[in-house]
Design a protein around this ligand. Sequence first.
Ligand SMILES: *Cc1c(COP(=O)(O)O)cnc(C)c1O
Length: 358
Amino acid sequence: MPLLDVSVRVRPALAGFEPYDPAFSPCEVNLSANENTHSLPAEVTEALREAMVTTPLNRYPDPLANELRDELAAWHGVARNAVMVGNGGDELLFNLLFSFGGPGRSLAVCPPCFEEYKNFAKMCETEVVEVWRCEDDYSIDADALIEAARGAAMVMITSPNNPTGDLVDPVLVRRLLDETDALVLLDEAYVEFAPEGASLVPWVAANPRLMILRTLSKAFALAGLRCGYLIAAPEVIDVLAAIRQIYSEDVLAQSVAMAAVRAREALRPVVSDIVAERARLSAKLSELPGVTQWPSEANFLLVRVPDAATVRARLRDEFSVLVRDFSYAPGLSDCLRISVGTHEENDRLLAALAAILK
Ligand SMILES: *Cc1c(COP(=O)(O)O)cnc(C)c1O
């Protein structure tokens, strides 16, 4: 008998959840979480450092992070009231389901995709309708998604998708907006790694049900800072502004994010290098025996190798290289997700994989 049986006390919808496990083990080369591992230009590091050391901590943050919203709004050519900042994109995803989901409503998703959509939906007592991607090329069955979205409060699709790496066809987004009445969340966490013009942010102004999620965790190399943002209709932003944890975006996150967004032009070469490394890594992987891979527009590659769980364990234990194992996940048997690292990190991974797969 436990001293306190919380199972009968916890809110039923929240029973059974486990703490998030990033499956992290300390390794010399960590290519498991799609972080940006490149060193940043000195002017950027200096600007971030300056923001950190000059920000007073004794005052509460601006709850709505208005200065940062203005900078993001100016960048994306929208008004402040079309932007909301959150403690990582994750907070915004949760708040979207908290706001627009709930009992009797459903969320349509296209797995394999980001698992948090489903978790947050369940926490918010929102039914999840899964429209599984095709097993071999991970394409979305557009008609099936439209059908599911017709009855849904919201659709969450990822472009480029994590972990499959593909961009969503804009024609599908167009159809979701035209043929359904659902709110459409397009998660562009990795869009900076995709070709110019891949983002559908320019569509938001004319399509009030379209919402775009972005984050500073990936291309901006600030996963530890916790800053993401949503671009959406002012009506949607107003709801999120009203229900948010008032001080979730702390003063350091606001000021460092501001410095990073202002330095966005200086970060372009870093992103270009990751994109070039992605192509090199992909080409080298295709020379290894037994590796299947899918085209990626993000900063990671999804690969299938024989006995992936063992390969992942050997990479970690014998070569101190960490990648993400998805082989347990439906639709992703024997799949590993490898983040694109620096030239040296990618070479370490390639040498280790070559040794394991030979
Ligand atoms: C990383 C990621 C996010 C956001 O991450 P945060 O660190 O919370 O900003 C959102 N969606 C997808 C698909 C991601 O991979």
